[in-house]
Ligand binder design. Structure first.
Ligand SMILES: NC(=O)c1ccc[n+]([C@@H]2O[C@H](COP(=O)([O-])OP(=O)(O)OC[C@H]3O[C@@H](n4cnc5c(N)ncnc54)[C@H](OP(=O)(O)O)[C@@H]3O)[C@@H](O)[C@H]2O)c1
Length: 316
């Protein structure tokens, strides 16, 4: 990646730590390599991996990678194209889930052409920016790792969260019977997304309601995961976005997927964008923050129990 004259702002960390290490920094405007483009970002999304990374708790981004820009997904328009960027052109509306080796929360971000997805007409750019990481996690967890099929029974934990609210809709679209846990104020929301049964995780015991399951999609880990094993039929599968307890799963005759991270997959992302363009899936956006309020955006996403996704506004 070469450097062009001028500055562009991004969310930047130089050391690991709490919110105090997260800053906005002016960086040189990047230029794309031959198979890359520069995206003028409109919105980037906030994900739990952002603060886990800033705290030094996301192994792919160790101390040897510091300093770097935070963020994994974005949407905007192509501003510059590399010499071998194929059909991609300046002005194209795109979104992307990018590899961990570069950050998405900047005004201008270099993206590999292999990571780009075209945003269909009629899909808002903010919806496209809220989608990539959460959608790939839900899609790959349910289908690529879990093999969910029509007619199966699935319990989705955290059904109103960034990943969960998409997982509920994908599972419903596939034709599964969907149980979802959420807090009381989100029960109608998860029902409206397509959950057949919404369970208040604070007041109800999900294991008394969701039984004989083919799959649990776990976004919580810990006690919630531990209590989930008996809800599965023998040979059922627990797919966790966190660490699965493989020993406990084996005791119950349950299959698990070893610790995995969602991967950029532009073809899958375009498939999801197609479902959104067709009105079959929607993205809930809880709030949008200006770049200068990045610390508040992270705090809000972490502490205020938002429904769906939180966005960082990077438009001029
Ligand atoms: N492996 C991967 O590639 C990958 C990718 C993305 C995310 N993740 C991980 O997956 C987790 C979820 O991510 P996210 O973006 O969906 O986070 P999120 O937007 O914060 O959603 C979490 C949801 O969990 C709900 N919740 C809290 N306590 C619960 C409980 N005891 N039972 C059921 N639901 C509960 C929350 O509801 P309330 O707000 O109402 O309490 C919230 O809706 C995070 O830990 C993240 O790091 C992993």
């Amino acid at each position: 990646m070469a450097i062009e004259a001028g500055n562009t702002r991004a969310v930047w960390i130089e050391t690991f730590g709490g919110p105090e290490v997260v800053q906005v920094k002016a960086l040189p405007v990047p230029a794309p390599a031959s198979d890359e483009v520069v995206v003028r970002v409109a919105v980037a999304s906030i994900n739990p991996v952002d603060w886990k990374t800033a705290e030094g708790k996301y192994p792919p981004m160790g101390a040897d990678k510091l300093p770097f820009v935070l963020g994994r997904d974005l949407a905007g328009t192509i501003e510059t194209v590399g010499s071998e960027s194929g059909e991609w052109a300046v002005g194209d509306r795109v979104c992307a889930f990018i590899g961990p080796d570069r950050g998405a929360q900047g005004e201008r971000v270099v993206v590999r052409t292999s990571e780009l997805a075209k945003v269909p007409d009629g899909v808002d750019i903010e919806v496209a920016g809220a989608l990539p990481l959460a959608a790939m996690t839900a899609w790959q967890g349910l289908f690529d790792h879990g093999g969910l099929e029509a007619g199966q029974r699935v319990l989705i934990h955290g059904g109103a969260g960034g990943v969960g609210h998409l997982a509920v809709q994908f599972a419903r679209w596939k034709g599964a019977t969907v149980f979802a846990t959420a807090s009381e104020r989100d029960l109608d929301f998860v029902r409206a997304l397509g959950a057949d049964t919404a369970i208040d995780y604070a007041k109800q015991r999900f294991e008394d309601i969701a039984t004989d399951l083919d799959m649990v999609f776990d976004t919580q880990g810990g006690e919630t995961q531990a209590r989930s094993f008996p809800t599965l039929r023998k040979g059922g599968i627990l797919v966790s976005t966190l660490e699965p307890d493989e020993k406990k799963a084996a005791e119950f005759g349950i299959r698990t997927v070893p610790r995995w991270h969602a991967d950029p997959d532009a073809a899958e992302l375009e498939q999801v964008l197609g479902l959104i363009a067709d009105g079959q899936v929607r993205v809930e956006i809880a709030k949008r923050f200006p770049l200068d309020d990045i610390r508040e955006a992270q705090r809000f996403a972490r502490e205020e129990h938002p429904r769906g996704k939180v966005l960082l506004d990077l438009a001029e």
